[in-house]
Design a protein. Structure first.
Length: 163
């Protein structure tokens, strides 16, 4: 896996769609609560992105790119119920990094891997702009929310709960 490939893929995608975005360089950090003040955004504006595994039957797993506001956490049971799953957990670090194409803390809110199903909590879209690490620990991106929705076409489901 090469994070620079994922970063480049993100920038190319945004430029192809003429998205309005701004790059923000900062000290290397992937934890939403620590990096948000460095970027100058409120926690609720941060797109916290995690890879979730949902077992559907004995031999089938679905991989979900779950995106919630930075001031909330993912309701794993809500994700499990969306797929009528029998078991749910966060993906292992290796699996998450493989599917995301970047290291933990830099997972993008765009599912570049075909096995990922994108689900976004609608409360994230209450913000004019969203912020997330840009497949790098030392660079983030501020993106117009309407551009994000137009490009990513996320499935909107209530999957966030207050911390």
């Amino acid at each position: 896996m090469d994070d620079s490939d994922t970063y480049t893929r993100l920038i190319v995608l945004l430029d192809e769609h003429q998205a309005q975005y701004r790059l923000i360089d900062h000290p290397a950090e992937g934890r939403t609560d620590i990096v948000s003040p460095m970027r100058g955004n409120e926690l609720r504006q941060a797109a916290k992105c995690m890879i979730v595994m949902v077992k559907v039957g004995k031999k089938t797993s679905r991989w979900v790119l779950a995106v919630v506001p930075g001031d909330k956490r993912i309701d794993l049971n809500a994700v499990k119920n969306l797929f009528r799953g029998t078991y749910v957990s966060m993906a292992s670090a290796d699996k998450a990094e493989s599917l995301a194409g970047s290291v933990a803390g830099t997972v993008l809110p765009f599912p570049f891997h075909p096995d990922l199903v994108l689900i976004v909590d609608p409360s994230l879209l209450d913000n004019e702009n969203i912020y997330f690490n840009a497949a790098r620990l030392d660079r983030s991106l501020e993106l117009r929310t309407r551009d994000y929705v137009a490009i990513a076409s996320p499935r909107l489901e209530r999957i966030a709960v207050t911390e």
